[in-house]
Write a protein that binds this ligand. Structure first.
Ligand code: ZN
Length: 322
């Protein structure tokens, strides 16, 4: 069953606040040190945010509290899950979907990118017979060991049953039940295999981690991510939305097109400043010391990443991209 927003406390707001503060504490603690950053995706135990399902339209639900934000498309023949949370919470996620959203089987998983807070239930669902769809580079990345230097973390490949069974590169349309869903991959941005989905009926966009609503985004230079691509991806998504579109970001509360535009403009400003430093031959440490985001940190640095850590990650990615 879906939560009925008319009869219950507003689930989106409550759960989103929990999610936002959870993510903030989580990333802040882990990314606090400029060197030897350590990222643990563990989110189980008493500090884990509750997993909450809330209805966005008759056939579309948002599930928060388990890694990246998850969307569920409901049809009479089964469910489509967009992103699948953290591996250690996959049982909790499936129970939450079953109890709070809809009891149909999950027949299709769509991964917006390869990160392990978006693919955690892939193995469980793949073993149970769900199809898994993603950009071709998601399959490539999930098949290999990845060293994420910025986070001082090595990520092991998924078991074969967790890998995408259907891959794409570019844009397409997916018919799921009676719903037509548009999707598109973008050139390297947050990673080298990002895709967003647009649901024209309820007018909802799921950005994956192409948007961190309300803060500086993590950009994964270990798999091709770079800030110029983040700007281009935001531009592409802005062409798809209208003023009334509701936007599910990869992390953070539901966003408006104005939120997406503000994030895009911030990224474009930082990109310009970092590109100038790259032309001057500045090292990463010199770029961080110059504090190029100082005037932006009050607005953007209180969320997922501080300005200093964002500068380090974004500048490293920019230098690698050149
Ligand atoms: Zn990500």
């Amino acid at each position: 069953m879906l939560n009925d927003p008319d009869r219950r406390p507003p689930p989106i707001i409550g759960s989103m606040l929990t999610l936002a503060s959870h993510r903030r504490d989580f990333l802040r603690a882990l990314l606090a040190a400029p060197a030897g950053l350590t990222l643990s995706f563990t989110a189980s135990g008493q500090n884990a945010a509750p997993i909450k399902g809330s209805k966005l339209s008759a056939n579309l639900a948002l599930v928060t509290g388990d890694g990246g934000n998850i969307a569920i498309v409901i049809s009479k023949d089964g469910l489509l899950m967009v992103d699948s949370g953290l591996a250690e919470r996959s049982g909790d996620l499936l129970s939450a979907v079953n109890e709070q959203v809809d009891a149909h089987r999950i027949t299709l998983v769509f991964n917006t990118h390869w990160h392990l807070d978006h693919v955690g239930a892939n193995e469980l669902l793949g073993r149970a017979g769900s199809k898994i769809m993603a950009h071709e580079n998601v399959k490539k990345r999930l098949s290999q060991k990845i060293v994420m230097e910025a986070l001082n973390r090595t990520v092991e490949p998924l078991k074969p049953e967790g890998l995408p069974t259907r891959t794409f590169n570019g844009a397409g349309q997916l018919n799921f039940g009676t719903q037509k869903i548009q999707y598109a991959s973008v050139p390297p941005a947050h990673t080298d295999g990002d895709a967003w989905l647009f649901f024209p009926g309820p007018n909802v966009l799921h950005t994956g981690d192409l948007l961190f609503n309300g803060g500086y985004p993590f950009i994964d230079d270990s798999t091709g991510g770079w800030i110029g691509g983040m700007v281009a991806a935001a531009d592409a998504m802005l062409l798809t939305v209208d003023a009334r579109t509701r936007i599910i970001p990869g992390h953070g509360p539901l966003a408006t097109p104005d939120d997406l535009r503000a994030s895009r403009d911030m990224l474009a400003t930082v990109h310009e400043r970092l590109a100038a430093m790259a032309r001057q031959g500045k090292t990463v440490d010199e770029a961080v010391a110059a504090a190029p985001t100082k005037d932006l940190d009050a607005k953007w640095g209180a969320g997922f990443l501080k300005g200093e850590n964002f500068t380090r990650i974004a500048y490293t990615g920019l230098l690698r991209h050149k």
